[in-house]
Ligand binder design. Structure first.
Ligand SMILES: [Zn+2]
Length: 247
């Protein structure tokens, strides 16, 4: 398998290329393109989160723990939670990620398990889409694709390292086929991954406006709400109707 250094070099280069493409070909801003590049780069380490105690795990978990409060703050401000309570949410999310995440990872993962798989790639991209706060759909898609690309570079690199050329013929190591796969060998991780994938896909489709949440009224009512909220920031318009009516 490819090492930490190879992974971050390849995904880093990919990130730069992706960021440039986003800016010069698709007209995203410099800030947006830079974030996309960094996300792509970081996603190149993501699958090795299952390598217990390794360097990617330590770096990624402290990074995620540090980023989580920011993400939470972005999102709770949007639903109107501010001040002390927002601060509490942020602190709690740090603790949950830092300690809860480490505990869960140690319990749930075996190396080269479902973290190295296509479903895990899709889940990561979808979680990015759901968590990234922007009123512009295409910005969230940009970030999600960036994470997907970085993740893919990791899986492809792992697979490439399992092919050996010994001078006369090509040999495949035992690890061949364990990175770019749809299903693992164990039922429980497979089940959890599939359930997670379906949940994230459903949520993404709802948030992307492709599916409507059951029980919410169709478009006409949303239009009246939109016109009432003309002065509100755009995310209120996009998210408020479905959220408030269901609960
Ligand atoms: Zn790997």
């Amino acid at each position: 398998m490819a090492g930490y250094r190879e992974h971050i070099s390849v995904s880093g280069l990919l990130g730069v290329a992706y960021g440039c493409a986003a800016m010069f070909l698709f007209g995203f801003s410099l800030v947006q393109s830079s974030i996309a590049a960094v996300l792509t780069w970081m996603a190149g380490m993501l699958p090795d989160l299952d390598a217990e105690g390794g360097r990617p795990v330590r770096e990624l978990s402290s990074l995620t723990a540090a980023l989580m409060p920011l993400l939470v703050l972005q999102n709770v401000h949007a639903i109107g939670v501010t001040g002390d309570r927002a601060m509490l949410f942020a602190l709690a999310s740090y603790a949950v990620v830092k300690y809860g995440g480490a505990f869960l990872l140690a319990k749930l993962t075996i190396h080269r398990g479902m973290f190295h798989s296509i479903p895990a790639l899709l889940i990561s991209a979808e979680v990015t889409f759901l968590a990234y706060h922007s009123h512009e759909q295409r910005v969230r898609i940009l970030m999600a694709i960036g994470v997907g690309l970085g993740f893919l570079s990791h899986l492809v690199l792992d697979e490439m390292y399992s092919v050996q050329w010994d001078g006369t013929r090509i040999r495949l190591k035992n690890s061949s086929g364990t990175a770019l796969k749809f299903f693992g060998t164990e039922a429980v991780p497979n089940g959890i991954t599939m359930a997670l994938l379906m949940f994230c896909t459903y949520m993404s489709l709802v948030q992307g406006g492709i599916l409507r949440e059951p029980g919410t009224e169709p478009a006409p009512e949303q239009f009246t709400i939109t016109s009432d909220l003309d002065d509100a920031p755009p995310f209120m318009i996009a998210e408020q109707p479905g959220d408030t009516e269901l609960k």
